[in-house]
Design a protein. Structure first.
Length: 218
C-alpha cells in the first residue's frame, strides 16, 4: 500500500490538482488526508478507503539545483522584464533612450498612435518638429511589446546618414543602409533574411528593378 506522509505531493482523481499533504489521520479502516492544492492553495480533507489509497500516486519532489549558468538565467529574466516593462512604465521607450522629448511628441506617440489596435499613421509635422524622435519612440515601444520583427526606413537620399546616426545615438538601434553595392554583394539571396533593420533612399527604392522587392515589405 502507498505510504503517505506529511509533506508528500500527491496526484489522484480525488483532487483536481496536485496537493501537498498537511496531515494524515487514521479513522478506523479509513484515512483522512488533509492537503493543500499546489496551484490554487485550496484546502482538501477527503476521507478515503484503503482501496482508494492504492490509486494515489506519490510524486517524488526533486531538490533545487543551483548549478545552472548564471549569466543565461540573468539574460532570460532580463528579457522577460524588458518584454513586460511597458505595462508598468507607460513611457518606457523614453526611459531607455537618450532623448528629451517635447510634449507634442509624447502626445502623438503615446496618446494617439499606440492607442490603436492597428498602427497606420502619417507623421507630417513641420520641419524641425522631431518626426525622427517620434518614429524612434514608436519603433522602440513596438519592439519591446513584441509587435515588430523587421523595420525598413525609406528616406530622401540626403537624410539616410542622419537617420542611421540618430537611430544609433538616440535609441541604440542599429540599421544598415541598403544601396547598390550592398544589393549586388548579396545577389541571389534574400537580403532581409540577414538584415532586419534597414534604411534605403526613396529614389533607390522606387527604381523599377527594385520596386517589387521593397513593395513586398509594405
Amino acid at each position: 500500500m502507498v505510504q503517505i506522509q506529511q509533506g508528500n505531493i500527491l496526484k489522484s482523481s480525488f483532487w483536481p490538482e496536485k496537493v501537498r499533504v498537511i496531515s494524515v489521520k487514521n479513522i478506523g479502516e479509513r484515512i483522512k488526508i488533509e492537503a493543500v492544492g499546489l496551484e490554487t492553495r485550496t484546502f482538501y480533507d477527503p476521507i478515503l478507503s484503503l482501496d482508494d489509497v492504492k490509486n494515489i500516486e506519490v510524486i517524488e519532489e526533486k531538490p533545487f539545483k543551483f548549478t545552472g549558468n548564471g549569466e543565461s538565467l540573468f539574460l532570460y529574466l532580463e528579457a522577460h522584464r524588458i518584454r513586460n516593462a511597458f505595462q508598468f512604465d507607460p513611457l518606457y521607450a523614453i526611459s531607455v533612450s537618450q532623448i528629451n522629448p517635447l510634449p507634442h511628441q509624447i502626445e502623438a506617440v503615446y496618446h494617439y498612435i499606440l492607442q490603436n489596435p492597428r498602427i497606420r499613421f502619417l507623421l507630417a509635422d513641420d520641419p524641425g518638429a522631431g518626426k525622427t524622435i517620434m518614429a524612434g519612440l514608436l519603433l522602440k515601444e513596438l519592439k519591446y511589446r513584441g509587435l515588430v520583427d523587421r523595420t525598413l526606413i525609406v528616406a530622401p537620399g540626403h537624410l539616410k546618414d542622419q537617420w542611421l546616426r540618430e537611430m544609433k545615438d538616440k535609441f541604440q538601434e542599429s540599421f544598415t543602409i541598403l544601396d547598390r553595392s550592398v544589393m549586388n554583394a548579396n545577389w541571389g539571396r534574400n537580403i532581409f533574411m540577414d538584415i532586419s533593420q534597414a534604411i534605403v533612399s526613396l529614389d533607390f527604392a522606387k527604381q523599377d528593378v527594385r520596386k517589387n522587392i521593397f513593395s513586398i515589405l509594405a
